[in-house]
Design a protein around this ligand. Structure first.
Ligand code: ZN
Length: 260
């Protein structure tokens, strides 16, 4: 069931950026080691390049490393590695729900170039004549640098890639199930109700990735917000993560709600 998207007139200012849905940047250590996981011939290529600036939610920090080689062979190796990671992911949401949609081509993978960027799920709902969603297609943008370093054996980045994939799989499920409208991601929030939906969408994804990270002993990677699951403290941490990414009035609304 899709949510009613009726918009009411409010005092919210015009908005220019989309909802940020990515995982927070973390500071990752280590430079990786030689590849230990060879690429293999898997599904037909559906990975396509995307320009960094196309991914509105990505946060790019100054590059600390040389640009990565992006030859066809390198992309093939990273795609094959990503396919393996998706299929071998510990969480059902990824290997059993998201991966089949990627393998079928309904969800495509786009590379994000740049050494510091986050994942992003962009839904592309297929609707019937009545506006009901009959299929959910879309794309997931993944930082090439993250996958490349994970493929070369960087254990921290392998763990972080698992976390990123779970986060985006949660977003896929949120939309595919009808619990959230695609517009929560695709359109800027213009009403308090839409700000609430944006908060709930991200809070669920962050909490589930945090619980997963804790379960595998990797929560230290998410140290900016995954320090506790106590609801009020988690909300405060999450606010600090989400607030800088928004140019709409939602942070003001969220803050008022958090203070209640
Ligand atoms: Zn998100």
């Amino acid at each position: 069931m899709r949510r009613n998207q009726t918009r009411s007139k409010t005092s919210f200012a015009p908005l220019i950026l989309v909802v940020a849905t990515s995982i927070a940047i973390v500071i990752l250590m280590g430079m990786g080691s030689p590849s230990t996981i060879p690429g293999s011939a898997l599904a037909p290529a559906v990975v396509e390049a995307s320009r960094t600036e196309d991914v509105l939610e990505s946060i790019v920090r100054p590059a600390r490393t040389q640009p990565h080689e992006t030859s066809t062979s390198s992309l093939d190796l990273n795609q094959a590695f990503l396919w393996e990671v998706l299929q071998a992911h510990p969480k059902k949401e990824v290997y059993d729900v998201l991966w089949p949609r990627i393998a079928s081509g309904d969800i495509s993978i786009k590379w994000i170039y740049g050494t510091h960027a986050d994942g992003h799920f962009r839904p592309a709902p297929v609707e019937d004549a009545d506006g009901h969603m009959v299929n959910l297609m879309g794309s997931i943008s993944i930082p090439l640098d993250l996958v490349d370093r994970a493929r070369r054996g960087d254990s921290v980045r392998i763990a972080y890639l698992h976390i990123v994939l779970l986060h985006e799989a949660v977003h896929y499920e949120q939309i595919a199930s009808g619990r959230f409208s695609p517009d929560v991601i695709l359109k800027e929030a213009a009403t308090p109700e839409e700000c609430v939906a944006g908060w709930q969408l991200e809070r669920e994804a962050y909490e589930r990735e945090c619980r997963f990270a804790m379960s595998v002993g990797q929560d230290w990677i998410l140290r900016s917000y995954c320090t506790t699951l106590e609801p009020e403290a988690f909300d405060r941490n999450l606010f600090e993560v989400l607030q800088p990414r928004r140019t709409d009035n939602c942070p003001t609304f969220w803050m008022a709600e958090l203070r209640k």
